[in-house]
Design a binder for this molecule. Structure first.
Ligand code: GLC
Length: 417
């Protein structure tokens, strides 16, 4: 079975099942669907093909979902609320485990399917809900600063660490070169939440349940000044106003086309930037995100896990495939072909993985300072509150103080539920 194109909507899934049959057919073949975001490297499709070839009684189809995590979330919620049985495995953003587990939509992973010791602790924590493991970690993510090393070197500038060094570099390097200074993900979606939290944390602020409970006024002040700070980046031309419509790929494209000095994005960008077709091949570097004077830069922890649907009619076969697709070789292949950061510790000692990803050593500094988004089964509501208020305040529709107050009050209510 070839790779299916991007599809959304339960109706579409149902019609695929009608066409190909998503159950055990008369031919004795068990047909399963694995829904996940696109893998431009082709590694996932190749692994599935290999699995199907070595399991004549099983046929797994890769259903490619929209790249936007929120769209993917909403499609899955539609399928699962309807107890849709045609999709057997879902790839889940690390922020969804609690919500999906609590709703009873995903199955606990049988003991012994994988050895917990073999996984990195952060990703492992993200598959647990109330002490039970509901998914297997697939790949991990952390926000990175990509920069044009050629342009900084030519200007004799070091890689900036503080925001003032950063904005100075934008003015003195990007402006004369006629390129954008700083591009990030500012559209109204989950990526904005990640970008916003990173700037907030790098200025010494946070919106953890404790801070919201114990020092709400301080939280309002920090959120407000962070919104103002980001708005200023746009007003002063460090970032173009169009950044408020960019998601991962729009921002990545501008960078790999050579139109940007600094980009905030996830690790997957590296292998595309170093590809033959990239205009910036051999001229880029990665670094921790900037921070305010006297503070530390933090990266949001992202990543994806894979779970078996509670409504799958083939849980045994689905878990067997899950063990394969999250196995050592599969994770290493995705790292080699697509730069996806493996969740298994052993991949970081694999010479082929390191040869294909010499920049992995640069991740070490970034991974020293990472933070999670709030962990709650009500995460989508929390995310909506941040998205709505931050985005509208950045476009000038909302006053930043009022937006900060709404975020703090509404988040406090959700996190105390
Ligand atoms: C990446 C991250 C994910 C995050 C998303 C935001 O896919 O892995 O955790 O929610 O980006 O756009």
């Amino acid at each position: 079975m070839g790779k299916l194109t991007t599809l959304a909507g339960a109706g579409v899934v149902l019609s695929i099942c009608f066409l190909v049959g998503c159950s055990t057919g008369d031919d004795g073949v068990t047909r399963m669907i694995f829904a996940a975001g696109q893998d431009p490297s082709g590694a996932t499709a190749a692994l599935i093909e290999e699995y199907n070839a070595s399991h004549p009684d099983v046929e797994v189809t890769f259903q490619v979902m929209p790249a936007n995590t929120d769209t993917q979330h909403d499609a899955y919620v539609t399928y699962l609320s309807a107890q849709e049985s045609s999709i057997d495995l879902y790839s889940l953003d690390v922020i969804w485990t609690a919500e999906f587990a609590r709703a009873g939509w995903i199955r606990p992973v049988p003991a012994g399917l994988f050895d917990e010791q073999e996984f990195l602790s952060g990703p492992l924590e993200s598959v647990m809900y109330e002490g039970t493991i509901y998914a297997v970690p697939w790949f991990t993510d952390a926000g990175l600063l990509y920069y044009r090393s050629d342009l900084l070197e030519k200007a004799g500038l070091p890689v900036p660490e503080t925001w003032s060094e950063f904005t100075r570099a934008c003015t003195s390097v990007a402006d004369p070169a006629g390129i954008e200074g700083f591009i990030w993900q500012g559209a109204k979606y989950e990526g904005l939440v990640c970008n916003f939290l990173e700037v907030l944390w790098g200025r010494g602020g946070d919106i953890s349940a404790e801070t919201l409970r114990d020092s709400p006024e301080r939280a309002v002040r920090d959120v407000e000044s962070t919104i103002d700070f980001i708005r200023e980046l746009i007003e002063t031309g460090i970032s173009p106003a169009s950044v408020l419509t960019y998601k991962e790929e729009e921002s990545r494209r501008l960078f790999t086309e050579g139109q940007v000095l600094f980009l905030r994005n996830w690790p997957y960008v590296w292998s595309i930037a170093e590809d033959e077709e990239s205009s910036v091949k051999g001229t880029i570097g990665i670094a921790p995100l900037p921070h305010a004077e006297g503070e530390t830069g933090y990266s949001t922890i992202g990543g994806w896990n894979i779970a078996v649907s509670a409504y799958s009619r083939h849980p045994e076969e689905a878990f067997e495939f899950l063990a394969f697709i999250t196995g050592e070789r599969s994770l290493s292949l995705r790292a080699i072909e697509g730069g996806y950061l493996p969740t298994r510790k052993s991949s970081y000692g694999d010479p082929d993985v390191l040869a294909a990803n010499p920049h992995y050593s640069g991740f070490f500094d970034v991974f020293q300072n990472t933070r999670n988004r709030p962990r709650t089964p009500h995460y989508p509501i929390a995310s909506d509150i941040i998205q709505e208020n931050v985005h509208r305040a950045l476009t000038g529709e909302f006053d930043s103080h009022a937006a900060a107050e709404s975020i703090v009050t509404e988040m406090a209510a959700i996190l105390s539920r």
